[in-house]
Design a protein around this ligand. Structure first.
Ligand code: HEC
Length: 160
Protein backbone atom coordinates (compact mmCIF):
# COMPACT_ATOMS: atom_id res chain seq x y z
CA UNK A 1 0.00 0.00 0.00
CA UNK A 2 2.72 2.40 0.99
CA UNK A 3 4.60 1.64 -2.23
CA UNK A 4 1.46 2.34 -4.21
CA UNK A 5 0.93 5.65 -2.44
CA UNK A 6 4.53 6.70 -2.95
CA UNK A 7 4.34 5.73 -6.63
CA UNK A 8 1.16 7.76 -7.19
CA UNK A 9 2.64 10.72 -5.35
CA UNK A 10 5.66 10.75 -7.66
CA UNK A 11 3.42 10.34 -10.65
CA UNK A 12 1.42 13.40 -9.56
CA UNK A 13 4.57 15.42 -9.03
CA UNK A 14 5.85 14.32 -12.43
CA UNK A 15 2.55 15.20 -14.12
CA UNK A 16 2.28 18.56 -12.44
CA UNK A 17 5.69 19.67 -13.58
CA UNK A 18 6.41 17.61 -16.67
CA UNK A 19 5.10 20.42 -18.81
CA UNK A 20 7.44 23.11 -17.60
CA UNK A 21 10.77 21.52 -16.68
CA UNK A 22 12.35 22.43 -19.99
CA UNK A 23 10.77 25.84 -20.47
CA UNK A 24 13.38 28.52 -19.98
CA UNK A 25 12.19 32.09 -19.76
CA UNK A 26 13.16 34.32 -22.65
CA UNK A 27 16.87 33.99 -23.33
CA UNK A 28 17.21 36.98 -25.68
CA UNK A 29 19.08 34.84 -28.18
CA UNK A 30 21.40 33.22 -25.64
CA UNK A 31 21.91 29.46 -25.99
CA UNK A 32 19.43 28.18 -23.38
CA UNK A 33 20.50 24.97 -21.70
CA UNK A 34 24.20 25.43 -22.49
CA UNK A 35 25.98 23.14 -20.02
CA UNK A 36 22.88 20.98 -19.52
CA UNK A 37 23.16 17.94 -21.81
CA UNK A 38 20.32 16.17 -19.97
CA UNK A 39 17.63 18.74 -19.18
CA UNK A 40 15.10 16.23 -17.89
CA UNK A 41 17.58 14.66 -15.52
CA UNK A 42 18.69 18.07 -14.23
CA UNK A 43 15.07 18.95 -13.54
CA UNK A 44 14.55 15.65 -11.69
CA UNK A 45 17.66 16.27 -9.60
CA UNK A 46 16.37 19.77 -8.81
CA UNK A 47 12.98 18.33 -7.84
CA UNK A 48 14.46 15.81 -5.44
CA UNK A 49 17.29 17.88 -3.97
CA UNK A 50 16.47 21.57 -4.12
CA UNK A 51 12.86 22.48 -4.68
CA UNK A 52 11.70 21.44 -1.20
CA UNK A 53 13.33 24.62 0.07
CA UNK A 54 13.39 26.80 -3.06
CA UNK A 55 9.89 25.79 -4.30
CA UNK A 56 9.17 24.38 -7.78
CA UNK A 57 9.12 27.78 -9.44
CA UNK A 58 12.24 29.04 -7.65
CA UNK A 59 10.23 31.56 -5.68
CA UNK A 60 11.64 30.45 -2.32
CA UNK A 61 9.98 31.54 0.89
CA UNK A 62 11.09 33.72 3.77
CA UNK A 63 10.99 30.65 6.04
CA UNK A 64 13.14 28.36 3.91
CA UNK A 65 15.27 29.78 1.13
CA UNK A 66 15.89 32.86 -1.00
CA UNK A 67 14.09 33.53 -4.24
CA UNK A 68 16.04 32.35 -7.27
CA UNK A 69 13.51 33.31 -9.95
CA UNK A 70 14.56 36.51 -11.70
CA UNK A 71 17.50 36.91 -9.31
CA UNK A 72 20.00 34.08 -9.22
CA UNK A 73 21.99 34.82 -12.40
CA UNK A 74 22.73 38.35 -11.16
CA UNK A 75 25.44 36.84 -8.96
CA UNK A 76 27.32 36.17 -12.20
CA UNK A 77 27.58 39.92 -12.82
CA UNK A 78 30.11 40.56 -10.05
CA UNK A 79 33.50 39.20 -8.96
CA UNK A 80 33.09 36.38 -6.48
CA UNK A 81 29.49 35.65 -7.48
CA UNK A 82 30.30 32.67 -9.64
CA UNK A 83 32.28 31.09 -6.81
CA UNK A 84 29.54 31.93 -4.32
CA UNK A 85 27.00 29.91 -6.33
CA UNK A 86 29.27 26.85 -6.20
CA UNK A 87 29.87 27.15 -2.48
CA UNK A 88 26.50 27.89 -0.85
CA UNK A 89 25.74 24.95 1.46
CA UNK A 90 22.58 23.76 -0.38
CA UNK A 91 24.67 23.29 -3.52
CA UNK A 92 28.08 22.31 -2.18
CA UNK A 93 26.74 19.79 0.33
CA UNK A 94 24.13 18.19 -1.92
CA UNK A 95 24.46 14.42 -2.42
CA UNK A 96 24.61 14.86 -6.21
CA UNK A 97 27.77 13.98 -8.15
CA UNK A 98 29.85 16.83 -9.58
CA UNK A 99 28.46 16.09 -13.05
CA UNK A 100 24.82 16.06 -11.90
CA UNK A 101 25.36 19.15 -9.80
CA UNK A 102 26.93 21.24 -12.54
CA UNK A 103 23.94 20.40 -14.73
CA UNK A 104 21.50 21.40 -11.97
CA UNK A 105 23.34 24.69 -11.42
CA UNK A 106 23.42 25.51 -15.15
CA UNK A 107 19.79 24.38 -15.47
CA UNK A 108 18.76 26.58 -12.54
CA UNK A 109 20.36 29.66 -14.14
CA UNK A 110 18.54 29.09 -17.44
CA UNK A 111 15.25 27.92 -15.98
CA UNK A 112 14.79 30.64 -13.40
CA UNK A 113 16.76 33.63 -14.63
CA UNK A 114 17.82 33.27 -18.28
CA UNK A 115 17.31 36.99 -18.81
CA UNK A 116 20.11 37.85 -16.38
CA UNK A 117 22.63 35.26 -17.58
CA UNK A 118 25.51 37.35 -19.03
CA UNK A 119 25.96 37.02 -22.79
CA UNK A 120 29.51 35.72 -22.29
CA UNK A 121 28.51 33.15 -19.66
CA UNK A 122 30.64 30.01 -19.71
CA UNK A 123 28.65 27.12 -18.22
CA UNK A 124 29.95 25.46 -15.07
CA UNK A 125 31.89 22.24 -15.66
CA UNK A 126 31.93 19.23 -13.34
CA UNK A 127 35.55 19.99 -12.56
CA UNK A 128 34.81 23.59 -11.53
CA UNK A 129 31.88 22.58 -9.34
CA UNK A 130 34.00 19.79 -7.85
CA UNK A 131 36.71 22.29 -6.91
CA UNK A 132 34.30 24.86 -5.46
CA UNK A 133 32.22 22.47 -3.38
CA UNK A 134 35.27 21.19 -1.53
CA UNK A 135 35.07 24.46 0.43
CA UNK A 136 31.40 24.92 1.35
CA UNK A 137 30.71 28.31 2.80
CA UNK A 138 29.90 28.43 6.48
CA UNK A 139 31.24 31.32 8.51
CA UNK A 140 30.72 34.79 7.05
CA UNK A 141 28.33 33.59 4.38
CA UNK A 142 25.51 36.03 5.15
CA UNK A 143 27.95 38.92 5.15
CA UNK A 144 29.40 37.82 1.82
CA UNK A 145 25.90 37.39 0.37
CA UNK A 146 24.91 40.90 1.44
CA UNK A 147 28.13 42.33 0.01
CA UNK A 148 27.62 40.56 -3.33
CA UNK A 149 24.04 41.79 -3.55
CA UNK A 150 25.13 45.36 -2.79
CA UNK A 151 27.74 45.10 -5.55
CA UNK A 152 25.12 43.67 -7.92
CA UNK A 153 22.80 46.61 -7.25
CA UNK A 154 25.60 49.09 -7.77
CA UNK A 155 26.94 47.40 -10.91
CA UNK A 156 23.68 46.76 -12.74
CA UNK A 157 23.48 44.43 -15.72
CA UNK A 158 26.68 44.02 -17.72
CA UNK A 159 26.63 45.44 -21.24
CA UNK A 160 25.92 42.64 -23.67
C1 HEC B 1 17.38 22.78 3.31
C2 HEC B 1 16.97 23.84 2.41
C3 HEC B 1 17.75 24.02 1.11
C4 HEC B 1 18.04 23.08 0.15
C5 HEC B 1 17.69 21.61 0.13
C6 HEC B 1 18.75 23.79 -0.89
N1 HEC B 1 18.88 25.11 -0.57
FE1 HEC B 1 19.68 26.54 -1.70
N2 HEC B 1 19.60 27.83 -0.16
C7 HEC B 1 18.97 27.61 1.05
C8 HEC B 1 19.20 28.74 1.93
C9 HEC B 1 18.65 28.89 3.34
C10 HEC B 1 19.99 29.64 1.22
C11 HEC B 1 20.55 31.01 1.70
C12 HEC B 1 21.98 30.81 2.08
C13 HEC B 1 22.07 29.95 3.31
O1 HEC B 1 21.66 30.39 4.39
O2 HEC B 1 22.54 28.78 3.15
C14 HEC B 1 20.23 29.05 -0.09
C15 HEC B 1 20.95 29.66 -1.09
C16 HEC B 1 21.01 29.19 -2.38
C17 HEC B 1 21.54 29.92 -3.50
C18 HEC B 1 22.11 31.33 -3.43
C19 HEC B 1 20.99 32.32 -3.66
C20 HEC B 1 21.09 33.57 -2.85
O3 HEC B 1 20.25 34.48 -3.07
O4 HEC B 1 21.98 33.69 -1.99
C21 HEC B 1 21.42 29.13 -4.60
C22 HEC B 1 21.82 29.48 -6.01
C23 HEC B 1 20.83 27.88 -4.16
N3 HEC B 1 20.59 27.95 -2.81
C24 HEC B 1 20.55 26.81 -4.98
C25 HEC B 1 20.24 25.54 -4.49
C26 HEC B 1 20.27 24.32 -5.28
C27 HEC B 1 20.61 24.26 -6.76
C28 HEC B 1 19.95 23.31 -4.44
C29 HEC B 1 19.91 21.84 -4.74
C30 HEC B 1 21.11 21.24 -5.26
C31 HEC B 1 19.67 23.90 -3.14
N4 HEC B 1 19.87 25.24 -3.21
C32 HEC B 1 19.22 23.19 -2.04
C33 HEC B 1 18.23 26.49 1.36
C34 HEC B 1 18.30 25.28 0.67
Amino acid sequence: MRILLTASLWLCIACAHAADYSAAPSTSGKPAWAGVPDVRRAWQDWTLNCQGCHRPDGDGSPATAPKLAGEVAKFLWVPGGREYLGRVPGIASSPLSDEQLRQVVNWMLWRFDARDVPANFVPYTAREIGTLRVHPMRIGMSALRRKLLRTVRAAGAPAS
